[in-house]
Structure formats: structure tokens, C-alpha cells
Design a protein around this ligand. Sequence first.
Ligand code: ZN
Length: 210
Amino acid sequence: MASPYKIRLYGDPVLRQVAKDVTDIDGKLAKVCDAMLETMYEEPGLGLAATQVGIQKRFFVYDFGEGPGTIINPVIQETRDEWIYEEGCLSVPGLHWDISRPKEIHITGYDLNGQEISIEADELQARLFQHELDHLEGILLIDRLDDETRKEAKITLREMFLDLDGSKAARTKSDASGGGVATNNEAEIRGDKGEPRRLFRSRSGGLSLP
Ligand code: ZN
């Protein structure tokens, strides 16, 4: 079955906009979240922000294997420590970079019942929440790279997207699952570091964590 939503890709201006607060938590929003989860599971990914499906509102869905969750109007209250880990993004398919982020966070927001939530997250969970929150701010992974790596990444992305359809932000499922071009570019940008750990997207359908 086709995903209810098409995931917006790098180059789509919607990914660069800052999302607005959710004002109504209702059945309509719950339905949107269900459809987003379906899209996320199909990719598969661990999380999906509203902006990635073209909705300019502050919420995201996620599932670490313990069941689906939604955080509405998320705010990071506190961060602790730093760690570097390889990170990918459904909106930048096939590419992964080492990204430094706080290791532990305290995040608050609301669930789909309108109840306040407060989560102390660390490591992967903390990373995922920060990644999704970045999306709500219009920030993408390449913004988190150092200047030189970002320059290389932009060249790679330009080549990838030109090759896909001659423009931007349009693809089919088969385009996303790694044709020769994406794979070559991935190898190029990552150097020869062996099989990447796919944090938010796995072609094999499973997560492989260290
Ligand atoms: Zn992402």
C-alpha cells in the first residue's frame, strides 16, 4: 500500500520554513499523526516531523520499537554532554554524516490527549528528538556539518537530485531506495568506513546499532 504522504526531499522549500505552534489538539490531528506513522513505518524511519510531509505545524511522530509516540509543540528544556554519531534523514535519502549533539535532553510538550508530557531522553532517543525538532525549525543535517564537509555534501546532493529527475524534491519510492548514483555518492562522502549505521532509515528494514 502506498504511503499516505510523500516525504519532502532536500531542495523542497517547505523543509526550510519554521513550523507554527499547534493550537488545536483534536481528532483531525490524531488522524494526521496516524497517517504520518504509516508513512514513517513504510520508509522505514524512527521518526517523522510534520514539516517533512509539508505540514507547517510543530509536532512529530516516532517509534523506537516500544510503540508509536507523538510530541506536540516540543520544547527542549535542558541539554547535557555531547556525543557524535552517524545520522541520516528521510528527506536526504542515502546519505549519512557524523553529527555532534547533546547526549541527554529534557523535552516537554503535549500528547494527542492534550496532556503535558515531560521526557528525560538520552543517546538515540535524545538524538532523534533533536533531529525532529531541527526539522520544525527548518534546520537540516547539512547545516550541522563543518564548512568543508557541507561543501562536499552540497555537491553530492546537487548531483543526486539532478540525476533523479532533473529538478528537485520529486521522487518515487524506487528513487529513494538507493540507485547506483546515491550509493556511489554515499561511498564518496563517507569514505571507506564500512557499513553505515542507519539511525533513522534502514534499507534492510532493521536498525543496526553499535
Ligand atoms: Zn530528518
